[in-house]
Ligand binder design. Structure first.
Ligand code: CO
Ligand code: CO
Length: 305
């Protein structure tokens, strides 16, 4: 697959019916607890494989840490990553560690799939509804936690959401005729919707009043607690998005909020989409929502209402 439509992972065809899907992701901690950080970094790296509708098989650790970091801390990061890779049904086959003043952790992940069954972010069709499987507001919440504006209990839904694998959501969606899928990460819902729209040659309408939001995220965003990435996303999206009607400032901000280990954004025809969303909500996550629809390409690629 080429680079033109910004797919979540690279796909290399080995045989007619077999391709390897590969992705890599690593970053510095956004939480204090090293075990949770390991879990989140691994769930985030594994997510790009699920976004392609595939199953991860092999993972390699990528770890950077300063020599002053306690051995238990390093072990806790790796244990968190190991736990998530195990939960994904994949194996850690090795890795590489270097010394770095700032700790960073993540994985290189490979999966294998029939190329005909791989989902791309570019197959959305006018008439499709869009489902999002995790709540927004991760960037706002981690920024607030860094500034000590949240208690541990208030921050825990964000940690829970980030460390949750997209595995069950992926397995559930694969039972439905899905047209396109991606995962919502650094570019926020807005940026990933833009990629889906551009790749599909269609426009995406997002329903700002239907967005699932982490508890406290709206209140914090209203106070102006936004990560730098949200402003970067909004700057990048200038001219590429139309706001129609009265879309509250805070929702414009949250729609651009960069997500770490965010949910899947799934496009499929309206009737099966309603069924899938119900099934996801019953069996996988209470956060699954229909957040938008795909329409013929019009005045702009993304329309927020
Ligand atoms: Co992705
Ligand atoms: Co990625």
């Amino acid at each position: 697959m080429g680079f033109d439509t910004s797919d979540d992972a690279c796909v290399y065809r080995l045989r007619d019916n077999l391709a390897v899907i590969q992705t890599v992701d690593f970053f510095p901690p956004m939480v204090d607890d090293p075990y949770a950080f390991g879990q989140i970094a691994a769930a985030n790296a594994l997510s790009d494989i699920y976004a392609m509708g595939a199953k991860p098989s092999l993972a390699m650790n990528l770890l950077c840490y300063p020599t002053c970091l306690a051995q238990e801390t390093v072990q806790a990061i790796l244990a968190g990553g190991y736990e998530k890779v195990k939960e994904a049904g994949a194996v850690i086959a090795g890795g590489h560690t270097i010394q770095d003043p700032e700790p960073k952790y993540g994985l290189c992940v490979s999966g294998f799939a029939d190329p005909a069954k791989i989902l791309r972010n570019s197959g959305a069709q006018p008439g499709d509804l869009l489902i999002l499987t995790k709540p927004l507001g991760i960037g706002v919440m981690t920024t607030a936690a860094k500034a000590d504006l949240l208690t541990a209990a208030e921050f825990s839904p964000a940690i829970e959401s980030m460390s949750m694998l997209n595995r069950a959501a992926c397995e559930c969606m694969l039972r439905f005729p899905v047209h396109a899928c991606t995962d919502v990460t650094g570019f926020g819902l807005l940026g990933h919707a833009l990629e889906m729209g551009l790749g599909s040659g269609a426009s995406i309408r997002l329903f700002s009043d239907a967005l699932p939001l982490l508890p406290k995220a709206r209140e914090l965003a209203e106070m102006g607690i936004l990560p730098a990435g949200a402003y970067e996303n909004m700057r990048y999206m200038q001219g590429k998005v139309t706001y129609r009607g009265k879309v509250a400032r805070v929702l414009r901000d949250l729609i651009a909020d960069p997500q770490t280990s965010g949910g899947l954004l799934i496009a499929l025809s309206a009737a099966p989409a309603r069924k899938l969303c119900e099934r996801l909500a019953n069996e996988v996550t209470p956060w699954a929502r229909i957040v938008g629809e795909v329409v013929d390409h019009g005045e702009n690629t993304v329309i927020v209402e």
